[in-house]
Design a protein around this ligand. Structure first.
Ligand code: PLP
Length: 453
């Protein structure tokens, strides 16, 4: 790895976190910004690079969140920043529906080439992950002429009306925001830690298929949409065979199999896309987060016959595939190649998994078996926290770990249907030393909190 960092890669605190300037901004925020957008780490960021975030009080914090799996190549990557500036100096917008430009086409070519399967593919670009998911559903419905869409327990697909319907968790994503879009059906997920079918992914898929057949009937199903590793739902990794069995069933029934790789895509799990790990080839794949280092860009990529079934004018949007975002995506992809960030993600995965597994063993030996499971892949690893020796979720412990880690200079996130999962999504360009230091803080906090509860 040859990425040179601009900022010193260190954890260094000079005030409490959040410090006085961050607290001042929080006050202004309260009287200016809608309360519905609630920050989990209430600091005022003034600079960020590689594995660090610098706040307005001069604190340098370790970033184990990447803005939710977005800034994989670093939040101020030089190659990306130069590409963005150069494009912004030429033109910031034309609207691809009005006049075209090369960047859009080049991003589609990259997506078609890099996503699983060597069949003929097309892509279409949008702005957010939710918009990509909505459009995947539109495309699947039009191409099949069928109404129903199947999503899974613990799924997260976004916050727009249709994607809220696809998302499983009520509070905070859906609560009081209904009525929701019709013809969305929810099926049980393969969740090895909590599922009586455990590691039998094929049986878990058959369970869902039996329910689909009896409750909806395959000939009414336009699409089955699934995250190959669930993100907000708790980094749930379905048991081997689950995705493949579902995809195969979809294939034989003319159902469009959609992999939502908005969080798991773009090297995050150690492959370009998480479904590659099981050799699954989706009909459509949705991408966003890691695609353009934080510039708003998302995509639907997949079978040419599906995407080209839509009539001219049926897809699009004013900003979809914005030229500055496309320039950022091409530079991001180049950085991922140059620095082999897929390999880097696998290396990170080994460090994080080993460290957290050691902590789990040590805690259990001391009678504090609060880590129910360490799971995930590559740069997407989490611990599910439980009441000692049970599977009963402990969301208070997860909140406390994240809050205390922040006060010691490490940014991490919770997730999970029960809010009891601490997830780590470091930038893939983070140095090993800094990663280990950040992990050390997380495991210290976990150990201290578990011992005192
Ligand atoms: C974040 C996310 C979305 C929604 O993306 P937005 O850009 O926030 O609209 C959809 N699907 C998955 C799997 C996600 O992680």
């Amino acid at each position: 790895m040859v990425i040179a960092h601009r900022l010193p890669q260190r954890r260094h605190l000079v005030t409490d976190v959040p410090g006085p300037r961050s607290r001042d901004l929080a006050t202004r925020r309260q009287s200016a910004v809608a309360a519905g957008v609630a920050p989990s780490a209430p600091i005022q960021v003034v600079d960020a690079d590689g594995g660090v975030i610098v706040d307005a009080d001069g604190n340098s914090l370790i970033d184990l969140g990447s803005g939710i799996a977005v800034t994989s190549v670093g939040a101020s990557n030089r190659t990306v920043a130069d590409a963005v500036a150069a494009q912004a100096h030429r033109f910031t917008h034309t609207c691809f529906l009005v006049t075209g430009y090369e960047g859009y086409v080049a991003v589609c070519e990259e997506l078609n080439r890099r996503t699983p399967g060597d069949h003929d593919k097309r892509s279409v670009l949008f702005t957010s992950g939710a918009e990509a998911v909505e459009n995947a559903v539109k495309i699947a419905r039009l191409a099949t002429g069928r109404p129903a869409v199947v999503a899974f327990d613990h799924a997260y697909h976004g916050r727009t009306n249709l994607t809220m319907a696809l998302t499983a968790k009520s509070v905070p994503y859906k609560h009081d925001f209904g009525p929701f879009a019709p013809e969305v059906y929810r099926m049980p997920m393969s969740y090895p830690f909590r599922d009586e079918l455990g590691a039998d992914g094929v049986a878990a898929a058959r369970r869902a298929i039996t329910l689909i057949d009896s409750q909806i009937s395959a000939d009414k199903v336009a699409a089955v949409i699934v995250e190959p590793i669930q993100g907000e739902g708790g980094f749930v990794v379905p048991a081997p065979g689950f995705l493949g069995t579902l995809a195969e069933w979809c294939h034989t029934r003319g159902v469009v199999f959609v992999a939502d790789e908005v969080q798991s895509g773009f090297c995050r799990t150690g492959d370009w896309f998480a479904c590659e790990h099981e050799g699954v080839v989706p009909d459509l794949i949705t991408t966003a987060k890691g695609i353009a280092d934080g510039l708003p860009l998302s995509a639907v990529t997949g079978r040419a016959d599906l995407l080209d079934a839509v009539h001219p004018g049926g897809l699009g949007g004013t900003y979809g595939g914005n030229p500055v975002a496309c320039a950022a995506a091409l530079a991001t992809i180049e950085e991922m190649d140059t620095n082999d960030l897929c390999a880097r993600a696998r290396h990170i995965g080994t460090i994080v998994t080993d460290t957290l597994t050691e902590t789990a063993t040590a805690l259990a030996a001391d009678g504090h078996a609060v880590i129910g499971e360490v799971r995930g892949r590559g740069g997407m690893i989490a611990v599910e926290l439980v009441r000692p020796g049970t599977t009963e979720p402990d969301p208070a412990l997860a909140r406390s770990v994240v809050a205390q880690a922040l006060s010691r200079g490490v940014v991490s996130l919770t997730c999970g249907t029960y809010g009891n999962v601490v997830r780590l999504l470091p930038p893939l360009v983070i140095d090993d030393g800094l990663l280990r230091e950040g992990l050390g803080v997380i495991t210290d906090v976990l150990t201290e909190t578990a011992a005192s509860s």
